[in-house]
Design a protein around this ligand. Structure first.
Ligand SMILES: NC(=O)c1ccc[n+]([C@@H]2O[C@H](COP(=O)([O-])OP(=O)(O)OC[C@H]3O[C@@H](n4cnc5c(N)ncnc54)[C@H](O)[C@@H]3O)[C@@H](O)[C@H]2O)c1
Length: 341
């Protein structure tokens, strides 16, 4: 059985891609801090190994019998990246380049870096970004992704395949649910209050991709012909999923079987980009889902109480709580305990 090391496998994309890899017949080793809990993944088995480790301390031993790496571990959005800037550079840039170097040294066949289309940043109206377009990363998170890409791609050679996937903003249900992503958050807000929160001014373009589609693209890249993908960057998404946020909000509002009003919030968002997906589609990969599919699945999960909003579903809020409670606990803890010592 071929083995895939999935760093960050306990996250939003990870908890979707790991079961899909198991289903596809791969053995999986997850390496994660499990900031969102270990219980979101299937039970460990002969096919699934769960390693608790920080990617900044990853060692050559973690690559034993590994054929492929999908390197998802990261501080995963702009606000968290701004709050934890130093950690973001370490985790998202340095540790991922180190992971790719170790993978190559250990004889791993392929390394996939799930990067982000947010590195295109603001672009002039009408510009459609291809993988050859000039990038314009505006945030620490996006800049660290750019640096990781530049560190990883030159490692590609005839023995070692390195691939960058620039993922669109992801949406859809996953065991580690994120309600801080555009479609998911809009659907939740609309369901909860009848008011759909829409980030001003609604004209900004944002490419989107369903979480099971981006997971499928990562798996696709493990076996796509090396001569076509090695050392290459691929945008992941689809033309159908290039949304302008205003019209996207209308789609979501129309899909939810309730009366929904639009409620504007925030300062005008300068991150706006349209993306071209011809390159990945020319290999035979295609996204299968759209915003309507996700709105319905999230709505149904909320209605049936399979999903609820907790601070764990808002990445920044959860990291802030962990930092706060660590301080609180450190002050009162004695002899390795609180009440029981
Ligand atoms: N979700 C999106 O819309 C989107 C879009 C484009 C790119 N991406 C990228 O995909 C990757 C995964 O995103 P996600 O949405 O699943 O994020 P997530 O926050 O849900 O998952 C990240 C996982 O990494 C783990 N982690 C964080 N720091 C770690 C460390 N130092 N060592 C070990 N584990 C660590 C966390 O515990 C978590 O399980 C990230 O690189 C993200 O930037 C996500």
């Amino acid at each position: 059985m071929e083995r895939v090391l999935v760093t960050g496998g306990g996250g939003y994309i990870g908890t979707t891609v790991v079961p899909m890899l198991l289903e596809a017949g791969f053995a999986v080793r997850v390496l994660d801090r499990y900031f969102f809990g270990e219980d979101l993944l299937p039970e460990p088995s002969d096919q699934l190994e769960l390693v608790k480790q920080d990617n900044r301390r990853i060692g050559i031993e973690h690559f034993a019998n590994v054929d492929y790496v999908i390197d998802l571990a990261a501080v995963s959005n702009d606000p968290s990246g701004e709050l934890f800037q130093q950690a973001t550079w370490q985790i998202n840039h340095l540790a991922r380049v180190h992971t790719a170097n170790l993978a190559k040294e250990a004889g791993v066949k392929r390394y996939v870096l799930p990067s982000s289309c947010s590195i295109y940043g603001f672009q002039e109206q009408g510009v459609i970004c291809t993988e050859k377009s000039e990038i314009n990363p505006l945030t620490t998170y996006a800049k660290a992704n750019g640096s990781a890409e530049r560190g990883v791609l030159p490692l590609a050679d005839e023995r070692f395949t390195a691939v960058v996937l620039r993922q669109s903003t992801v949406y859809g249900l996953s065991p580690r649910m994120r309600l801080d992503l555009a479609i998911n958050g809009m659907t939740y807000g609309a369901w909860e209050t009848g008011k759909l929160p829409l980030l001003r001014d609604g004209t900004q373009w944002r490419p989107m991709v369903h979480v099971r589609d981006t997971a499928a693209a990562q798996i696709f890249m493990l076996t796509a012909p090396a001569d076509k993908v090695s050392g290459q960057i691929f945008n992941v998404g689809s033309e159908e999923n290039n949304y302008q946020l205003g019209p996207l909000a209308e789609i979501i509002a129309d899909t939810i079987p309730k009366d929904i009003e639009i409620e504007w919030y925030g300062e005008p968002d300068h991150r706006s980009y349209q993306v071209n997906f011809d390159k990945i589609e020319s290999l035979g990969w295609k996204a299968k889902r759209n915003a309507k599919d996700a709105t319905l699945e999230i709505y149904e999960a909320l209605e049936s109480e399979k999903l609820s909003k907790t601070s764990k579903t808002i990445t920044l809020q959860w990291y802030q709580e962990l930092v706060k409670w660590r301080e609180v606990i450190r002050k009162v803890e004695m002899y390795d305990g609180i009440m029981e010592i």
